[in-house]
Design a protein around this ligand. Sequence first.
Ligand SMILES: [Fe+2]
Length: 146
Amino acid sequence: MLADSLKTLLATNFAYYIKAHGFHWNVEGPDFGELHDFFQNIYEDAYSAVDPTAEYIRALGEYTPGSMERFLELSVIPGQTKIPRARLMIEELLANSYTMVDVLNTCFADATQENKQDIANFIAERLSQQNKYMWQLRSFLKDQRA
Ligand SMILES: [Fe+2]
């Protein structure tokens, strides 16, 4: 059901957002400046999806989850309470991005199934953004050429 998949997306995207914001605050190392800015791009974009996702749930006639407790129940990516090293931050966000893509693909399939093309269109835009970050995250992880 689309409303349920959107609730999972809302909570998972929120977990992704807060993780990227935490990494923005806490990253250290020689690439600090670049990664501080890169994580900011990611968290700002993820945050921009929170309100539209919540309001699509309302438009479908359902109430939207609005507490950390519910987000924790619904999110399919875990939070991060430690401060990983920079490379591990990138690896973790990349792994979580694959999960985000799975969640988004489910939403897209449900939106199409329920004939909600406007929501499918929004989800497609989110997939496009997510794929862009995955390419950038993978590029950060690639070893330098000799
Ligand atoms: Fe900041």
